[in-house]
Design a binder for this molecule. Structure first.
Ligand SMILES: Cc1cc2nc3c(=O)[nH]c(=O)nc-3n(C[C@H](O)[C@H](O)[C@H](O)COP(=O)(O)O)c2cc1C
Length: 157
């Protein structure tokens, strides 16, 4: 069984969650981890938020967009302005091979405003590509250092 974890993390919180997910999944799957790197992301909060709010895409470093060889595909993003980060928008727009796949969506967030909306946007994009079976979990930013907590959220899936 093969699994992919595809995520973007600007300040490290989503990466911590992806790391715990990796440790857990590798007990059952051969896991590929793809961390998206935005080439053109601003370091200014307002620019980041504005681009995310308008659902802009970021230029990202070369990655594999083909997901047909995976049984389970996981996507992780921080919530930015009630939606996914632009690098994830780019990936969701370009990826292929998600038809009929089991999908896990995960987010990290601050206040939680827009978290559900963010998950919905990701789900909608993947629905367009035939993905049907979605499971989601989210971790508040202050909880991302608590591995046991993160694991408990993953196990609820
Ligand atoms: C540009 C920007 C916009 C954000 N917008 C939201 C938001 O709408 N709702 C929310 O709950 N948190 C928001 N946050 C907080 C992040 O989602 C949170 O800090 C997240 O854990 C960061 O993940 P990362 O360290 O993987 O980049 C925002 C943070 C940034 C930088």
């Amino acid at each position: 069984m093969k699994s992919a974890i595809i995520y973007y993390s600007y300040s490290g919180n989503t990466r911590k969650v992806a790391d715990v997910l990796f440790e857990e999944l590798k007990k059952e799957y051969e896991v590929d981890v793809i961390e998206l790197k935005a080439i053109d992301e601003s370091d200014e909060f307002l620019k980041q938020a504005s681009r995310a709010f308008w659902r802009k895409k970021a230029a990202i470093q070369n990655v594999n967009f083909g997901l047909s060889s995976y049984d389970l595909v996981c996507f992780g993003t921080p919530v930015w302005a009630f939606g996914p980060a632009p690098a994830i928008n780019t990936y969701l727009d370009n990826c292929i091979g998600t038809e009929g796949k089991e999908i896990v969506l995960f987010t990290t967030y601050g206040s939680g405003a827009g978290n559900k909306h963010c998950l919905k946007i990701m789900q909608k994009e993947l629905n367009k590509k035939g993905a049907k079976d979605f499971r989601c979990f989210s971790v508040q930013q202050l909880k991302t250092n608590d591995k046991e907590f993160v694991l408990s959220q993953i196990k609820k899936l």
